[in-house]
Design a binder for this molecule. Structure first.
Ligand code: BES
Ligand code: ZN
Ligand code: ZN
Length: 510
């Protein structure tokens, strides 16, 4: 299995520690506010005069203005090197600016900066220092599994020390350790997404999940294979995956399953490649449809983040894995299928497949007595039209819950934008002449909203009771955010691992 980087730390190249020692080891990394005209007092300990003078000079003569995300390297000969990084103006500098500054530094680091670094802050709060470390770690990732390696060239380990006061040390170590675990989840999600589709298909994802679970006593992974899915009546999953030689499956992650009470249930779209099926997609950029399993990567990555940080609550993940291929035995436009819910679906376009696999995943979710259900899916091109690559589309049947997710996203710098779940869209998706629902809207407008309205038809009532209350549910369309976001500083290219951090924050901190 070539595509799977083992769970190495932080993208494998950076080892990050926290220390209250006053030594400057290796290259000094100095976050600076706009308007500073010299090295802040607090950062001067152990600094050579020539290094101090050099930094003072570039700051006072305005060569380095400390604009947000900007960096400058100073090569001080025998006295060592320094990377200055801008935080912008001190009065509007947020935790996100610290995270961005950390990521900018990692993006700047070259071999010539050496293998050791020390970060010095000028009176930043503990969470701000931790966010800087987080930015450094998040950005420390490249997917090079398929590139020839120049053994020593590429294997340089960088060790970064975050300097703080003795008083801050314990708390900062604690925060950074949690963030290390969460970053592992983000990087795992990226690995899964970046893996080419010839090596990443439903069975491989399932094997990885099973292998992964062996490392944790508190996680169980159950795989519902193709035959079992047929027997169970997972008509949506089967309809999408049956045209591929790589058969579909459902992978269920259960963490701390013996804990009593309701729990979050996360459901992911896992189309390992989306050709569109018989409603074949045009050729341009079709390669990007390897990312169509981004929702399942979010679920797996979040499980990793929770497991790595020792989360003790119960959480369930359900990933609906299939490859959408055209074939003699593929589903046709016009077919009517019935899934787990018992509702029939008229398939009018086989390229609207994500909603079909999710219809079974959502229905299955109620077996786990969810506190709430959130699904993640690279669901519609229309969502990218609406929000570009800047925000995930966010729908919910509960306004307060939608706000909670929106706020969790804001807290970690991952935007999820509220979108409308309107009765008119539901009507459109239940207006088939021959079935209970249809998988395509009546026209092309509002395509992301009609998709969400379709999904809502498959969110069960509590305990599947006919007239019961529908389970609290949110849908996150990550079609624009799982890859392709040029403004996302946390990642150089490829899969972003979006919303592992949002959902970790939602589950573990609220
Ligand atoms: N995986 C695609 C959505 C997608 C397209 C994500 C482009 C990211 C970039 C999804 O399965 C799909 O093809 N959706 C169709 C739905 C349509 C047929 C109703 C779409 O968006 O065009
Ligand atoms: Zn599709
Ligand atoms: Zn798709």
């Amino acid at each position: 299995m070539k595509c799977f980087r083992h769970y190495g730390i932080n993208g494998d190249t950076m080892e990050l520690t926290v220390s209250a020692s006053e030594n400057i080891n290796g290259t000094l990394i100095l976050p600076i506010f706009e308007g500073s005209d010299g090295v802040p007092e607090k950062c001067q300990a152990g600094m050579s005069n020539s290094m101090k003078n050099q930094i003072n000079r570039v700051l006072s003569n305005g060569d380095f203005k400390a604009k947000k995300k900007s960096t400058m390297t100073l090569y001080g000969g025998e006295d060592g090197k320094a990377i200055l990084v801008g935080l912008g103006k001190s009065d509007d500098c947020t935790i996100h600016d610290y995270r961005n500054a950390g990521a900018s530094v990692t993006a700047t680091i070259k071999k010539s900066h050496g293998a050791e670094m020390t970060v010095r802050f000028d009176g930043a709060g503990i969470s701000h220092m931790a966010a800087f470390a987080e930015g450094m770690m998040l950005r420390d990732y490249s997917y090079d599994e398929y590139k020839k390696k120049d053994d020593e060239e590429d294997e340089t380990e960088v060790s970064v020390r975050i300097n703080c006061s003795e008083k801050e040390e314990e708390e900062l170590v604690g925060q950074v350790n949690v963030l290390k675990g969460v970053c592992k989840g983000v990087h795992l999600s990226r690995d899964l997404g970046n893996c080419p589709p010839n090596d990443m298909y439903p069975e491989v994802f399932a094997d990885m999940a099973r292998d992964w679970a062996k490392d944790f006593d508190n996680v169980d992974v159950t795989i519902i294979n193709y035959d079992e899915a047929i027997k169970a009546g997972m008509g949506g999953l089967v309809a999408v995956g049956k045209g591929s030689s790589r058969k579909p499956c459902m992978v269920i992650f259960e963490m701390n399953k013996d804990v009593k009470g309701r729990c979050p249930v996360l459901v992911g779209k896992g189309i390992t490649f989306d050709t569109g099926g018989i409603s074949l997609k045009p050729g341009a950029n079709m390669d990007e449809m390897k990312y169509d399993m981004g929702g399942s990567a979010t679920v797996f990555g979040t499980m990793e983040a929770l497991a790595q940080t020792g989360y003790e609550g119960k959480v369930v993940g359900i990933t609906c894995m299939a490859e959408n291929m055209p074939a003699a035995n593929a589903t046709r436009p016009g077919d009517v299928i019935k899934g787990l819910s018992g509702k029939t679906i008229e398939i009018l376009n086989t390229d609207a497949e994500g909603r079909l696999v999710l219809s079974d995943g959502l229905w299955k979710a109620a077996e786990f007595d969810p506190e709430y259900i959130i699904d993640f899916a690279t669901l519609t091109g229309a969502c990218v039209v609406a929000l570009g690559h800047e925000a995930t589309g966010l729908w919910s049947n509960d306004d307060d819950f939608r706000t909670r997710i929106h706020e969790a996203g804001n807290a970690v710098g991952e935007l999820a934008w509220p979108m409308p779940l309107l009765p008119a869209f539901e009507k459109e998706m239940t207006d088939s002449k021959i079935a209970d629902t249809r998988n395509l809207g009546a026209g092309r407008w509002g395509g992301a909203n009609t998709a969400a309205a379709f999904l809502k038809q498959f969110v069960p009532n509590r305990d599947y009771e006919k007239d019961g209350e529908q389970i609290t549910w949110a849908h996150m369309d990550i079609a624009g955010t799982f890859w392709g976001a040029k403004t996302n500083l946390m990642v150089k290219n490829g899969a972003t691992g979006i919303h592992v951090r949002t959902i970790y924050h939602l589950i573990a901190n609220s």
